[in-house]
Design a protein. Structure first.
Length: 71
């Protein structure tokens, strides 16, 4: 019970954006693994997908933050 409370307190201190990083990594791995069979190719494609997805999501986040500051 104490561990759950400490974990909840720690999670409150972490910005919510960082909770998306494991999801980004997992989505990149799944996309890469569905297109390749070789582990080396999967590793390279995972990095490629992570850059693409991270870039797109980063641009969306930056746009939303910019519109939030303007209005």
């Amino acid at each position: 019970m104490i561990d759950a409370i400490l974990f909840a307190q720690l999670a409150d201190r972490v910005p919510g954006v960082f909770f998306g990083l494991p999801l980004l990594a997992l989505a990149s791995l799944v996309f890469a693994a569905t297109r390749h069979e070789d582990p080396a190719a999967i590793g390279l494609a995972t990095v490629h997908w992570a850059v693409w997805l991270g870039g797109i999501l980063g641009l969306v986040l930056a746009t939303v933050l910019l519109f939030g500051l303007i209005s």
